[in-house]
Design a protein around this ligand. Structure first.
Ligand SMILES: *[C@@H]1O[C@H](CO)[C@@H](O)[C@H](O)[C@H]1NC(C)=O
Ligand SMILES: *[C@@H]1O[C@H](CO)[C@@H](O)[C@H](O)[C@H]1NC(C)=O
Ligand SMILES: *[C@@H]1O[C@H](CO)[C@@H](O)[C@H](O)[C@H]1NC(C)=O
Ligand SMILES: *[C@@H]1O[C@H](CO)[C@@H](O)[C@H](O)[C@H]1NC(C)=O
Ligand SMILES: *[C@@H]1O[C@H](CO)[C@@H](O)[C@H](O)[C@H]1NC(C)=O
Ligand SMILES: *[C@@H]1O[C@H](CO)[C@@H](O)[C@H](O)[C@H]1NC(C)=O
Ligand SMILES: *[C@@H]1O[C@H](CO)[C@@H](O)[C@H](O)[C@H]1NC(C)=O
Ligand SMILES: *[C@@H]1O[C@H](CO)[C@@H](O)[C@H](O)[C@H]1NC(C)=O
Ligand SMILES: *[C@@H]1O[C@H](CO)[C@@H](O)[C@H](O)[C@H]1NC(C)=O
Ligand SMILES: *[C@@H]1O[C@H](CO)[C@@H](O)[C@H](O)[C@H]1NC(C)=O
Length: 756
């Protein structure tokens, strides 16, 4: 049972759901994804009790007429029940990057022979990080969004963030204050960097400017997204006015109470030092009323939830407790005045990332400005590794959500903390009366789908999920196909993954690992990194090679697996990791030989040659599937530009390339959002390493000067930023099958490297 302060928060939400409740959205989901069986289901919404906060519940059974009957007390309960039916009875699912595989269910669809019930343990299942909108979805089409929202609905998410198209709102609001379009547009950042503009970390754009036509098209996209979210039983979280304003505010309103923000990540002050309008200035409440008012006008009164972050990696102008309290008090009042039902949603990242500033006195003062607890909802953003709810005594009673962050910048190492994401949210729920949700806050949707699903499924189980049986049933469903006998070696392979890559418990490295192949080459400092972007492996890499041999043995038992999209994706992903791990060990061996008094030139060149082959093979492997190709990302960026406008398309492609590589005009956050993608490995990382390997072959430890390497690597990096420069081409593997590259490349190079 939850405590009183949250009754209000929850009752408001159920009121909104109740008024819009219709099962049409669930029927439409089935029609989209399994049209031939749209008539097999009957969905029934049981009456919701709006006076008492309830968790979501569903039941699945076979109706008298033979239909599959799913009953639930919310739309989200129905969609979650639908996936439970597909997973447990029909063994089919819809996956990230692989596609919709619901059609692998047997036909006629199997009927449940007993009633299956499910109940959520928290009212809210949250999804998205503000930065996911820049790392993953900046160039998504409506079809991409439809797919994502179906994935989320089937996994019970009912509280997603909805940032798309916000610049249209801000543009309208700033225009009303008298700012001109050039003054406003020079404030916005490029399409792949908007998240940090929205956070107030950066302002302006390098390489081009957001076109008005794109701002409009994103707004149109947002209207479709919001409508679909509501049809699928989700309460969207909309943006609000944060206080960050164009610099021209100084000239237009000389009396405005503004502070110049701090410098973020070493960016030139022209791109950072964002201007912040103090919430105590009456203009703040006015701009808030306009920002929220416009969304009410355009979208309707569809939500109470507003995302609003003012100090994400930006420290406040003062640490004075009264000042901090006044900032939240002013912001809260502005929200309530604009929409009396407003609930402020805040990413709690600042309390971890800037903890030197945010001692508990300051956090407490800051949060106390919101005088009604249920008017705020805090995302404990990185609960699996750096939870802040304990040191803040459950955010001093404010409602909060247990979130798994998992990765930075969409980096792709195989990784998970299966014990933590099953055991810890359950014990947090038992300990903290103000925990009201569980959710996911990935920086990018990078892979490791099982770990994301695991936490969302945990939100429907009052005891920690048994991961051994969870993985078994995952394998059964994931590889379902015409031959629905799954070779036992696939179960064995995933059992190895479960107990190695997916079971990190040593939190000196606490997120998805990055491979050194994606880093600027150097003779030191690359290996054994811990923390955020660890390069240290927390498992024995030879066990992953064993897992790969089990994958190979599965397809020699059942050759049809080579045509199974789930198998194709997973073997590429696993082989990718094994190649990357082998790169690390070979690099280490190379340096050991190089750094001796009389190194053998032939040993050095053998190691160098293996390193290059690992990269060319990896590039070919990744290029076999669209999801792992650079060209997919670049083409989406270009396609997002207004039709026929090549200049804007070039700018969008530049921002897409720049985010992956230099991350900033001058390499401010170099390699942060690196990816193992076909075309990027061959067109960027390989030439960088060639510069290094050539240099190392010609210079011993005594003569080594990193500046020489930096110069050569710099040429590659700069060249890549240009549209049509290196890397625009597709990788070698495009057009070749996964099987061809695995059997005719991966196996050989691993053999030569001595790991297979
Ligand atoms: C709704 O909740 C109230 C208060 O707990 C309870 O008295 C009532 O019976 C519930 N109604 C339904 C239909 O469950
Ligand atoms: C009922 O379904 C379960 C699980 O799908 C299955 O194991 C069992 O054999 C079925 N029983 C009958 C009588 O069909
Ligand atoms: C903030 O910086 C801008 C230049 O970037 C300057 O024009 C302005 O006067 C500064 N404002 C304050 C309050 O310091
Ligand atoms: C930008 O912020 C830095 C501190 O982070 C400060 O030293 C500098 O004066 C600021 N520049 C402007 C123009 O406000
Ligand atoms: C929106 O709906 C909520 C909940 O029903 C209500 O509290 C709020 O006053 C409404 N806002 C507006 C602006 O009508
Ligand atoms: C999960 O991580 C937290 C935070 O580092 C730690 O305190 C806790 O012991 C971990 N739990 C498990 C089961 O690994
Ligand atoms: C189905 O898979 C099994 C191994 O799991 C294999 O022995 C059999 O030949 C396959 N059947 C077909 C029709 O592919
Ligand atoms: C994960 O690793 C820890 C530490 O080695 C171990 O205690 C735990 O049992 C493992 N969990 C699983 C599910 O294998
Ligand atoms: C955790 O990892 C760090 C860094 O790799 C290592 O130094 C430490 O010994 C490990 N701790 C345990 C308990 O294995
Ligand atoms: C080379 O070896 C020396 C002596 O063992 C060591 O101090 C140095 O760090 C090594 N350099 C590199 C780049 O490995």
């Amino acid at each position: 049972m939850r405590l009183a302060p949250f009754l209000q928060l929850l009752a408001l939400a159920s009121a909104v759901v109740a008024t819009n409740a219709s099962t049409r959205g669930v029927y439409d989901l089935v029609k989209r994804r399994l049209p031939s069986h749209a008539d097999d289901f009957i969905f029934t919404l049981t009456e919701t009790n709006t006076t008492e906060p309830t968790n979501d519940e569903y039941s699945i059974s076979t109706a008298y007429g033979g239909a599959i009957a799913i009953e639930g007390n919310s739309i989200s309960a129905l969609t979650t029940g639908l996936r439970r039916y597909f997973n447990d009875i029909a063994h089919a699912d819809l996956h990230w990057f692989i596609g919709n595989r619901l059609d692998t269910a047997a036909s006629p669809l199997p009927r449940p022979n007993a009633t299956i019930v499910g109940k959520s343990i928290v009212p809210w299942r949250y999804y998205f990080n503000t930065v996911t909108f820049s790392y993953t979805s900046p160039f998504w089409t409506w079809e991409d969004w439809e797919y994502e929202l179906d994935w989320l609905a089937l996994r019970g998410v009912n509280l997603p963030l909805a940032w798309v198209g916000f610049e249209k709102i801000l543009l309208d609001v700033f225009r009303e204050t008298g700012l001109t379009d050039p003054e406003i547009l020079t404030f916005f950042s490029g399409p792949a960097f908007l998240a940090w503009n929205r956070f107030g970390n950066i302002q302006g754009s390098w390489g081009g400017e957001l076109p008005l036509a794109w701002i409009d098209s994103q707004f149109e996209l947002q209207k479709k997204i919001l409508k679909r979210m509501i049809e699928l039983g989700m309460t969207p979280i909309l943006p609000a006015f944060t206080g960050f304003v164009p610099r021209a505010i100084h000239d237009k309103f000389p009396d405005a109470n503004v502070v110049n923000g701090s410098r973020w990540e070493g960016f030139d002050s022209r791109y950072t030092n964002t201007t912040f309008l103090e919430p105590s200035d009456p203009m703040f409440a006015d701009l808030q009323a306009r920002t929220i008012g416009k969304q009410l006008e355009y979208y309707g009164n569809i939500t109470q939830f507003y995302t609003l972050d003012q100090y994400n990696e930006n420290d406040p102008a003062s640490g004075d407790l009264e000042y901090l309290r006044s900032v939240t008090a002013g912001t809260w009042k502005s929200l309530k005045a604009a929409n009396p039902g407003a609930v402020w949603v805040m990413q709690g990242w600042l309390f971890y990332s800037n903890r030197d500033f945010w001692d508990t006195d300051r956090i407490s003062a800051y949060l106390s400005g919101v005088e009604v607890d249920s008017d705020i909802l805090i995302l404990d953003l990185f609960s699996e590794s750096e939870p802040q709810w304990q040191r803040t005594d459950s955010y001093y009673g404010k409602p909060w959500v247990w979130c798994q962050l998992h990765d930075y910048g969409g980096n792709q190492g195989l990784y998970g903390q299966i014990d933590n994401v099953t055991i810890n949210p359950i014990s947090a729920l038992q300990t903290s009366p103000s925990m009201v949700g569980m959710g996911l806050t990935p920086e990018g949707e990078e892979g490791n789908e099982i770990i994301y699903s695991l936490l969302l499924d945990q939100a429907w189980s009052s005891t920690p999920i048994d991961t051994a049986s969870y993985f078994t049933s995952f394998v059964r469903t994931r590889y379902n196909g015409p031959n629905n006998t799954i070779p036992s070696s696939l179960y064995t392979a995933w059992e190895i993954l479960r107990t190695t890559a997916y079971n990190n418990t040593n939190l000196t490295a606490n997120a998805v690992p990055k491979s050194i192949l994606e880093l600027h080459p150097h003779v030191s400092g690359l290996v054994d990194r811990s923390g955020h972007h660890p390069t240290a492996l927390h498992y024995d890499p030879t066990l992953l090679v064993t897992a790969l041999t089990h994958f190979l043995s599965a397809s020699s038992t059942d050759e049809a697996l080579w045509q199974n999209p789930a198998y194709q994706h997973d073997i590429v992903d696993l082989a990718r990791q094994v190649l990357a791990n082998t790169f690390l060990s070979t690099y280490t061996s190379l340096l050991t030989v190089w750094n001796t008094t009389s190194p053998s030139p032939s040993t050095i060149s053998t190691h160098s040659e293996i390193l290059t082959s690992l990269l060319t093979t990896l590039d070919a492997l990744l290029s076999t599937l669209p999801h792992f190709r650079l060209s997919t990302w670049l083409a989406a960026a270009r396609a997002s530009a207004p039709a026929g406008d090549e200049e804007v398309a070039d700018f969008f492609e530049y921002t897409a390339r720049n985010q992956l590589t230099l991350w900033g005009p001058e390499g401010e956050i170099n390699d942060y959002a690196s990816k193992q993608w076909g075309g990027l490995v061959g067109g960027y990382y390989l030439p960088r390493w060639e510069v290094f390997l050539e240099y190392v072959a010609g210079h011993g430890p005594g003569e080594y000067d990193q500046e020489d390497v930096v110069r050569g690597v710099g040429v590659v990096q700069e060249g890549f930023q240009r549209v049509g420069g290196a890397g625009i081409g597709m990788g070698d593997g495009e057009g070749r099958s996964v099987r061809e590259v695995v059997e005719g490349g991966v196996v050989q190079v691993l053999g030569r490297a001595g790991v297979l």
